[in-house]
Structure formats: structure tokens, C-alpha cells
Design a protein. Sequence first.
Length: 245
Amino acid sequence: MQHFFVTTDQVKGDRIYIEGSDVNHMKNVLRMKAGEQLYISDGDNHKYLCQVRRYEETEAELEILKEEAVDTELASKIYLFQGLPKGDKMELIVQKAVELGVFEVIPVAMKRCVVKLDEKKAAKKVSRWGEIARSAAKQSGRGIVPKVGSVMSYQEALAAAKELDVALIPYELAEGMADTRKVIESVQTGQSIGIFIGPEGGFEREEVCQALDAGAKEITLGRRILRTETAGLTVLSILMYHLER
């Protein structure tokens, strides 16, 4: 069944009003007729089974048939602090991170980042990544649309992570899988979790030390060196398995 997102102000009583490009998608691409059913999420963990009532030129009116429980969200909010990668890798990272349950993706400018974004380019990229997050949330049946934050400096990211319950930093020179298992197993349902992932060149040792000084826990992801677009998704998968109820 088709699934769309709206904002809470588009939900009015037992009616929901679809606006913008989704109207054209429903009407002209999916060719949905009056009476057809679909799911609507308001981005605030509310999900509605609706049916199409009518179309106007720029609006679709839906009738709410019933509200259903949202059971697709993790009990913990996971924040992915992703070192800016080259090319379009960030698009893949955002898409898959949303599918795996991330709460927010924060692009971070680190020392070994090849990509340098000025304010205008950064805003355009973040907007594009936000669209990908929305599409991935729709496809995977999420109850919310995870946010893609503005590009942060590394120091800003560390400061933000200090507000979380747990921060993890996978590092290729870290050793001891047994210690990593203990760290993961110590993460509790309901805690907020930050994951720091370096860019293609990895972290500078100084950056790792700064993260540890800020309270982050160093972990290993095994004996193999993972690409930046793989490492974060690996940690998310491990946490999803650990936290899913």
C-alpha cells in the first residue's frame, strides 16, 4: 500500500490534505482514484489509514479511516556523525541509514575530508540529502522522517555528542572484539546514541583522542578495513539487532 508523509498541520480532524509534488504523484503517476486506500504518516509518529476523497488542482483531500500504532521506530535515538565522503556516497549513506533506523544524520567536516563545501553548496547538498531521507522513510515504513542536519565542524559534533547518553567511535587501529561486545551490550534501550564515522582517509589520531576525551567509546569492527559508506551502516545494523524489540 502507498505511504506518504505530511506535516501535523495538514491533519485536520478526520481529513488530511496533501499538497505539492505528492499530489501529482498520486494523481498522475500512481493514478489513484477516489476510494483507494493509502497510509499517511505525520512525521510525529502517527500513522493513518486513509482513502482518497477528491482532488483539487493543487491539493488532494483524504479521509482518515483509522489511526494505527507505529511500531517501526527504535526505542533509542541514533545520531550518525558522518565524515563528509567524496562523490555521491553520502546519498547512499543517508538512504541506508534511514532504512536501518537512524534518527538523524549529521555531516561532519573532518581533517581528512577531501570534500570542502562552502555555505551555499552545503545548503544545496543538505536539501538533496533531506529529500533522499524522506523517500527512504516512505519506502521503509518509518513513522518519522529522519533529519539530515547542517554540516558541522568536528568540534561542534563533539559538543553535540556530549549531550547524548552514549557515543561510539569505530577506529581501524582499535583492538579487542571482546571489549567491543561489552560496549555494545552495555547500550540500553531508550538511550540516545552517537556514532562517529571518519571519511575515506579515516580519522586523525588526534581526532580519536579528542572523541575519547569527550566521553566516546572506541570500538573495532573486526580485522578488515571498512569503507566509510560501510562502517556506519555496520554499526547501525549491530545496534538495530541489539535494540530491536
